[in-house]
Ligand binder design. Structure first.
Ligand SMILES: [Zn+2]
Length: 389
């Protein structure tokens, strides 16, 4: 358990999604005005039935554009001789199929790119002023039912990848013992033992490559843990812990994902570190972009990652509920540093309470440790089968 935890217990999963989608805004600062056309606004709308996403770019003059690049789930458009106007309003992007969306300035041009989790077809056209609207460039994107990794809705026929890399992070270690039970049990020992058991179980699965972030009793900083997961190209990061609370009766398992609040400030931290920022979003370098624009890219990417983490964690929570009492039936959201990879879905599991003497005893048993490891394994298998990661 971490000290800096700000916990938001949310009533249910749907609420979490609402909060996340509502908080995905583009924050673009106005750039210098000039005689070129001004981008005043980007508006989006989405029709769930037809799966059509419409993106409208509003300008004071005719917009010159060219489609620079496109593939089955990617499009890049270059708008030439255009600036972001002073009156530019932050658009709300509310679409779960968007993987990354970028707007960046390159001299007098603006580059717009969109990568989707689904394959899509697109159409575009320009419109002249009409009524309250000025010049518009309209991009219509129709998402296909096939996801961009070729798995089909609700029918996990194909596994897109041959190996899913699961990073198993035993919390604490070395000089950091984590929580300490009244009987002297150290969190770092229990969680390492559970992590090793989980590793062995996952190793038997042919489509899973487990990676232990630590495999001995040594200290690793939280940033190092993220780094190790990233260097192993982890598809999912699971940090394993044992809880502690002042209330000695507190008991049961719980799962956490990163809160959006934590994500926003983290994006700024990543940006402060150019070394880290170079390979952040799907290999897209952001170091040559405006910082504010880069911030947009990161926030969107992390929002998508959190959404995936929530889906994955609800499966883990239900598996844990079968073998252990749940401390909370809801997914917690908190500003855990170790969950802050912008692009790896990350979940923190509090297995049980070391501060509860009954649970301390239980945590020491092989049986309980095995049960936790098996529940997590079953959850991970289901997460992969459902195409969540
Ligand atoms: Zn801990």
């Amino acid at each position: 358990m971490y000290e800096d935890m700000i916990l938001y217990k949310l009533a249910n999963k749907i609420n979490i999604f609402k909060i996340i989608t509502a908080s995905i805004f583009l924050f673009i600062t106005p750039l210098q005005a000039s005689s070129s056309s001004d981008l005043n606004k980007i508006r989006t709308s989405y029709d769930e039935q037809s799966k059509k996403l419409r993106i409208v770019f509003d300008s004071n003059k005719k917009i010159n554009y060219l489609v620079k690049d496109s593939s089955s789930n990617y499009i890049k458009i270059v708008f030439t001789n255009i600036k972001i106007s002073k009156s530019f309003q932050n658009p709300k992007i509310n679409n779960r199929y968007i993987d990354t969306l970028k707007v960046s300035r390159h001299k007098s041009n603006l580059h717009f790119s969109l990568k989707s989790k689904r394959n899509f077809k697109y159409k575009y056209f320009s419109l002249n002023p009409n009524g309250k609207y000025g010049y518009r460039y309209v991009l219509d994107i129709t998402m296909s039912k096939i996801s961009s990794n070729n798995s089909i809705d609700n029918t996990p026929k194909k596994i897109k990848k041959t190996k899913f890399v699961i990073a198993i992070d035993a919390g604490h270690g070395g000089k950091d013992p984590g929580a300490v039970g009244r009987g002297g049990t150290l969190e770092k020992d229990i969680v390492l033992s559970i992590s090793r058991k989980l590793y062995k179980l996952l190793k038997k699965e042919k489509n899973i490559k487990p990676v232990l972030i630590r495999n001995k009793d040594h200290y690793i900083s939280l940033r190092q843990r993220i780094k190790k997961a990233r260097s192993n190209k982890a598809d999912l990061f699971i940090s394993i812990h044992a809880d502690a609370a002042k209330n000695r009766k507190a008991r049961g398992s719980s799962v956490y994902v990163l809160s959006q609040h934590g994500a926003s400030s983290e994006a700024a931290k990543w940006l402060a570190n150019k070394e880290n920022s170079a390979d952040l979003v799907g290999g897209v370098s952001i170091d040559d972009k405006e910082n504010t624009l880069a911030q947009v890219i990161l926030d969107l990417s992390q929002s998508a990652t959190i959404e995936t983490s929530i889906k994955a964690s609800s499966i883990l929570l239900s598996k844990l509920g079968k073998i252990s009492k749940l401390h909370s039936k809801n997914i917690g959201q908190a500003g855990f540093v170790v969950l802050k990879s912008p692009d790896i879905p990350s979940i923190l599991v509090e297995t049980a309470f070391l501060s509860n003497s009954k649970e301390e005893k239980k945590l020491r048993t092989k049986k309980f440790q095995n049960n936790i490891a098996k529940a997590l394994r079953d959850g991970i298998i289901e997460i992969i089968k459902k195409g969540i990661i």
